[in-house]
Ligand binder design. Structure first.
Ligand SMILES: CSC[C@H]1O[C@H](OP(=O)(O)O)[C@H](O)[C@@H]1O
Length: 352
């Protein structure tokens, strides 16, 4: 794929972590310089860094920041678990967070005979590998999703599952970048995605920077653009796919999927295998993060609701598998019934 048309979300800068502060986009490009796991926890919790893959990558580097100065083996093993558990507490829904932290710990556990300094290097090396692999995974997801697309078609997407949510290319937006490279003219409708506006602030920004035809709409307009016949496919990302194919994604995705079904529009989920959780049987068991009421009553600093008003602010919802046309991973396309295909795709990576 061509050069990335937007600033990278995560950069390992020799001895510390640089994170693009996504809270300031699209008007400011500001990088945070992080040296501690506490600062990484805060960046994840405040959505300075967000998007399931990007969260996992940042946490893996945060784990290294937490153990790199330990002075004994006992301290190394104690701090490795403490810092991993601490970072894992930043946000509950995206399974990439625990997936990345577990992967680093498993890697180290398989090299227990190494010296203390070698173990520290293994932690950093695994974090870098997770980071580097994400680029390849997203590119493959893009290629697999492109098989459902044609020049000139209309795509609706929700939230941001673009390069800013990953190492570089994004998941749901990856095929759109590939289509651009092929000279296709796709017409993207980006839901603004209340209340944090990842669609308006991030997806619209990314696609405009890439000179891709993007129209920003309010979430409550998704139905009418479908009814007008302007949308031929919905493509979204995911924070966690349950073992039965239920898909947890940004709040509002369920509504989009039901509307798409009503209009006979396919719904494709871009899902790296790192976002598939075979240990969670159905979407009902996925923990849904609830965030501060102020995200709704005083978003971006402007009071738009009465003080003390009762608020319900779930950051995600679950779309039952019956509304999903296909789940597309780096290993290919999975159609209903999803369970066996999900297992095959996850285990294909483990066997490699
Ligand atoms: C490929 S990103 C997956 C997912 O993460 C986003 O949530 P958030 O911005 O709160 O981290 C959104 O649900 C994306 O679809």
């Amino acid at each position: 794929m061509n050069a990335i048309p937007h600033p990278l979300s995560v950069i390992w800068q020799n001895d510390h972590l640089q994170l693009l502060d996504q809270r300031k986009l699209p008007t400011e490009t500001v990088y945070m310089e992080l040296q501690t796991p506490e600062s990484v926890w805060d960046a994840i919790y405040t959505l300075a860094v967000r998007g399931a893959p990007a969260i996992g990558i940042a946490a893996a580097y945060g784990l290294y920041l937490g153990i790199r100065q330990v002075e004994s083996m006992d301290q190394f093993w104690r701090e490795l678990k403490r810092v991993a558990d601490y970072l894992n507490s930043a946000r509950p829904t995206a399974v990439n967070l625990s997936w990345a932290l577990n992967r680093v710990q498993e890697k180290v556990m398989s090299h227990q005979s190494q010296s203390l300094e070698q173990l520290k290097e293994i932690v950093l090396a695994e974090a870098k590998l997770i980071h580097q692999e994400d680029e390849t995974v997203c590119r493959k997801i893009g290629e697999n999703l492109l098989t459902f697309m044609q020049d000139g078609m209309g795509i609706l997407t929700h939230c941001n599952a673009g390069g800013l949510a990953t190492a570089a290319y994004g998941t749901a937006l990856a095929p759109i970048y590939l289509a651009k490279q092929k000279g296709w003219n796709l017409k993207v409708f980006a839901d603004e995605t209340r209340p944090v506006l990842q669609g308006a602030r991030l997806t619209a920004y990314e696609l405009q920077q890439a000179d891709i035809d993007v129209t920003l709409i309010c979430d409550n307009m998704a139905g009418v653009v479908m009814k007008q016949g302007w949308v031929q496919a919905v493509i979204v990302g995911t924070d966690r796919v349950a073992a039965n194919g239920d898909v947890c994604n940004k709040i509002g995705t369920y509504s989009v999927a039901v509307l798409a079904k009503e209009h006979g529009i396919p719904v494709y989920v871009a899902a790296p295998t790192s976002s598939i959780d075979l240990n969670t049987a159905t979407g009902d068991e996925i923990p849904i993060e609830e965030r501060a009421p102020e995200e709704i009553t005083a978003g971006f600093g402007k009071q738009t609701a009465p003080t003390e008003i009762k608020v319900f602010n779930p950051a995600f919802d679950v779309t039952p598998a019956k509304y999903i046309t296909a789940i597309v991973t780096e290993n290919g396309v999975i159609r209903a019934p999803f369970a066996n295909g999900l297992k095959e795709h996850v285990h294909k990576n483990k066997d490699n």
